[in-house]
Design a protein around this ligand. Structure first.
Ligand code: GRF
Length: 195
């Protein structure tokens, strides 16, 4: 299976996925890392790992999401991926983009969905006084952070946690959960991952 990965920033989840796919027994291989900004730190990391990279800056398309998404699809058409992984990708994608990918598009979200869809998940969990938090890998559907769940990983919330210390604890789990979910998904195995 051919995998394209979308990033916006440092790409630590992308690195975890690419490093896992270096295993010759892995059913998938990375064919493209795409960022929505040329200065996304993950682009250099992907290049160092030998993965083709491209950036499609969303800003010139200001207000015209379909035009931005057409530019995304133009890059994807060049590499014909079977699976699309969103990994720290911070742009909302319209139904027009998602619909053709539905069933082949994954995302990682830093909360135990369905709790805390959207942004600032760690501070919201702290404010709610949750004693447990975590991350979720799910299928992408047109509804934001809402598709079928492929796996979840849980972490304890410590009493002296800040959003930053909690986010760091969750991120470690993201780097375990996403590769595990992609391996199963690419192999056609739909059993849920729970870490
Ligand atoms: C992190 O906050 C992570 O929880 C979320 O996206 C952000 C950046 O991740 N998935 P990455 O290091 O760019 O993969």
């Amino acid at each position: 299976k051919r995998v394209a990965i979308f990033i916006s920033g440092g790409g630590s989840n992308m690195v975890s996925l690419v490093e896992d796919m270096a295993d010759p027994d892995h059913p998938a291989k990375p064919v493209l890392v795409l960022a929505n900004s040329a200065d996304a730190g993950g682009l250099a990391k992907a290049s160092d790992l030998g993965v083709p990279v491209v950036s499609v800056d969303h800003r010139p398309f200001k207000g015209d999401r379909p035009a931005f998404e057409a530019a995304l699809n133009a890059e994807l058409d060049k590499v014909s991926p079977d699976i699309l992984c969103l990994a720290g990708f911070m742009r909302v994608l319209t139904e027009g983009f998602v619909a053709p990918w539905e069933g082949r598009m994954l995302n990682i979200h830093p909360s135990l969905l369905p709790k805390y869809k959207g942004l600032h998940t760690h501070s919201r969990a702290l404010e709610a006084g949750d004693n447990e938090h975590g991350c979720t890998v799910h299928m992408v559907t047109p509804v934001l952070d809402d598709g079928p769940i492929l796996g979840q990983a849980r972490v304890p919330v410590e009493k002296d946690d800040t959003a930053e210390t909690l986010a760091a604890r969750v991120l470690v789990k993201e780097h375990q959960l996403y590769p595990a979910c992609l391996r199963r998904f690419a192999a056609g195995d739909t059993t849920r991952v729970d870490l």
